[in-house]
Design a protein around this ligand. Structure first.
Ligand SMILES: Nc1ncnc2c1ncn2[C@@H]1O[C@H](COP(=O)(O)OS(=O)(=O)O)[C@@H](OP(=O)(O)O)[C@H]1O
Ligand SMILES: Nc1ncnc2c1ncn2[C@@H]1O[C@H](COP(=O)(O)OP(=O)(O)O)[C@@H](O)[C@H]1O
Length: 642
């Protein structure tokens, strides 16, 4: 999407990240790599003891990732949560808490910042609290004492701090005396790397550059299969970088060279001829396994940079950002912004960077926020597929670009490619191919990446599924669900779990009533079980009233996040018909006021606007209604044709 080189910082004002003295990074291990902002073990023990008397803040996964970025020095050698949200054009992490939770805090307090398991990561010495204009959150501003880095059980070999990456670059000889001459570039991979991206990396290596693929994984859940799938796919793509170039790739690679040349022109520098890019590893003096390197960084991935959203979008070349300027350079003495506005780094649907209020607790873990979707493909759309307006996108992109360019510079890299390459497939394009179980052409994604995706995401006909009926009492949900289950079992091929409304209430939701809160809890429980069933490859058929749209949407998202498909069936039988049937006599009791809050009579039913199938049993027989549902399942690929 954009290519930037990192010009030298203004030496009078802003130190290059990590630099504490003038050194040539190509000259062996240096004393200048001291970005890590952790206190000594003795001081950490002192802080841990003292923290027993402090208030605690349990950070969300995203806040934890942003704190990690601060502690590894990605925003400069003297981090903290500054009063300004953006310094030298680079957005910096902020820490926001609900206003009510911040009430007991005052300037001068120290707060223990903890991970979701209650382990203290840092001590925050609060300098000031800045109320948000909306009044719902408060920003904590202050300095940090880092106690330890957050623990990551996954992929330890791929997680390098800026210091460690700089050392690795030196060890590989991937540093150069000046920008552009053999120095390593960052290729940001917010989603996957496809054939066009591989071509772009090869184009860079043809220019003599080495590439470090920086994969933002901030907030990823190590127990999330999608996160691991993404990393496996990225590794497979790097293998493809070393494979011989196919003719179909050559076009994409030459486009990438042209695009990069524009960026290089904007940066005011010339490309230098590079070594033979097709030399197989192992023939050089210091043969690395790959011509490029994958590093997982605790930046928060952005949907905007994960996949092209429309043809041509990824051709945009932005001018170089002033990303090497030190974002934490002190502003005018006493400067405090008047208020705080959202940093706007993230599009809707992804968790806002640093904006989600943390939960303040005196001890122990608190509920963590939801981490950004790590599953690279959500075939039916969903949170990660949300598309904000074009203007908002442009603003967010500019801020992201500035931040990413700065981060790459912090990691010792001399330029950045940000966003997918021209020709990279969109999420929907890949999802459709995977849904159908068809081959993914090598022109779109390297075969090894396609194989990883296909292994993890089976075609719809073999994928877990939830069929979720909603409708008024007496509309026919149980009858149709029962009939549908029979038909599916007759056909074979799917393992089915029936979660009927009445049965669930007798077991899973025993004791719950019909208040909105109880109904929501009941439906969420059904959704939870359905997600487990579908995630394990089974088929859940659910038939509650589920009168509220919000919870129905949550259930859809839960099931899809578990890797299953979701089909919403609205049984739209009119109230008068349901009431006339009154099989259980409940409508009569509701009209008489004996049963309070009865759906359709004295309690709301929100008509679905997102139903995949709608059937009215006043118009259709049970068999006809089920035929319609089966037709939909076949056309959508959830069932193989009979
Ligand atoms: N106040 C009130 N409102 C609606 N329904 C009521 C109520 N009280 C009892 N019942 C009986 O409970 C069944 C609905 O339970 P659900 O779990 O499907 O409802 S919900 O989704 O939690 O709203 C529903 O069963 P169905 O007729 O199968 O829908 C009713 O028999
Ligand atoms: N076309 C139809 N489809 C489904 N049910 C029908 C139909 N026509 C009449 N009914 C009757 O309507 C009632 C629906 O009850 P039920 O399936 O328990 O609904 P719900 O689960 O939505 O409360 C049953 O008595 C069923 O026999």
């Amino acid at each position: 999407m954009s290519a930037t080189s990192h010009p030298d910082p203004d030496p009078d004002r802003l130190p290059k990240p990590g630099a504490t003295g003038a050194t040539d990074p190509s000259h062996g291990p240096a004393a200048d790599d001291r970005l890590l902002r952790l206190v000594t073990p003795d001081r950490a023990a002192e802080l841990t003891t003292a923290s027993l008397g402090w208030p605690s803040l349990t950070l969300t996964p995203v806040q934890l990732a942003e704190l990690e970025l601060l502690l590894v020095g990605a925003f400069g050698p003297n981090p903290g949560y500054p009063a300004a949200q953006e310094l030298a054009g680079v957005p910096v992490p902020i820490l926001a808490v609900p206003a009510a939770d911040a009430e007991p805090l005052a300037a001068g307090d120290t707060v223990a910042l903890r991970d979701p398991e209650g382990v203290m990561i840092a001590a925050l010495h609060v300098r000031t609290l800045l109320p948000a204009p909306a009044g719902s959150t408060v920003r904590l501003v202050g300095t940090l004492d880092g106690v330890r880095l957050p623990h990551h059980p996954d992929h330890p070999a791929l997680r390098l701090t800026p210091d460690q990456l700089r050392a690795e670059l030196r060890a590989r000889g991937w540093t150069g005396p000046q920008v552009g001459a053999g120095a390593a570039w960052a290729v940001w991979a917010d989603g996957l790397l496809h054939t066009a991206d591989v071509g772009r990396i090869r184009a860079l290596t043809r220019q003599g550059k080495r590439c470090v693929v920086l994969a933002p994984v901030g907030g990823a859940d190590p127990a999330d299969a999608g996160h691991h799938l993404r990393v496996r796919c990225l590794q497979a793509a790097l293998d493809a970088v070393d494979a011989p170039l196919r003719p179909s790739e050559a076009t994409l690679a030459s486009e990438a060279v042209a695009s990069d040349a524009i960026a290089a022109g904007a940066a005011g520098r010339r490309h230098e001829p590079g070594p033979d890019p097709y030399r197989r590893p192992g023939t050089g003096d210091h043969p690395p396994r790959h011509r490029s390197l994958l590093v997982l960084v605790p930046a928060v991935p952005s949907a905007l940079l994960a996949t092209p959203r429309e043809p041509g979008m990824s051709a945009t070349v932005l001018p170089p950002a002033g990303g090497t300027r030190h974002p934490l350079a002190p502003g005018p003495a006493g400067f405090e912004p008047a208020g705080f506005e959202p940093s706007g780094l993230e599009p809707s649907g992804f968790e806002p960077s640093g904006l989600e209020p943390a939960a303040l607790s005196s001890a122990g873990p608190a509920p963590a926020g939801v981490a950004p979707a790590a599953i690279p493909l959500e075939p039916d759309g969903g949170a990660a597929g949300a598309t904000p307006s074009a203007n908002a996108d442009a603003e967010v992109l500019a801020r992201l670009t500035a931040q990413r360019a700065h981060l790459a510079s912090s990691y010792g890299l001399s330029g950045s490619l940000i966003g997918p390459a021209i020709g990279a497939p969109g999420r929907q394009e890949l999802a459709s191919l995977l849904d159908a179980g068809g081959p993914i052409p090598a022109e779109l994604t390297p075969p090894a990446v396609a194989a990883e995706l296909a292994r993890a995401i089976p075609p719809r006909s073999q994928r877990g599924l939830t069929i979720f009926f909603t409708g008024l009492s007496g509309s026919g949900k149980s009858t149709l669900a029962g009939l549908l289950v029979c038909r599916l079992l007759e056909q074979g091929g799917r393992r089915i779990t029936l979660l009927d409304g009445d049965v669930v209430r007798a077991h899973l939701s025993q004791g719950l009533g019909f208040s909105r809160a109880d109904r929501d809890l009941n439906v969420r429980r059904i959704g939870f079980v359905a997600a487990q069933v579908a995630g394990a490859g089974g088929t859940a058929v659910c038939a509650p009233i589920a009168p509220y749209a919000r919870v129905r949407t949550q259930v859809r998202e839960m099931v899809q996040a578990a890797g299953g498909g979701f089909v919403l069936v609205h049984v739209s039988t009119p109230l008068e018909v349901c009431e006339a049937r009154d099989r259980k006599g409940l409508y009569a009791k509701a009209r008489a006021g004996v049963i309070p809050a009865f759906t359709g009579v004295s309690d709301p039913y929100e008509q679905p606007t997102d139903a995949d199938v709608t059937v009215d049993t006043a118009q259709l027989s049970g068999d006809e209604a089920v035929d319609r549902i089966l037709d939909h399942l076949r056309v959508a690929g959830w069932l193989t044709p009979a």
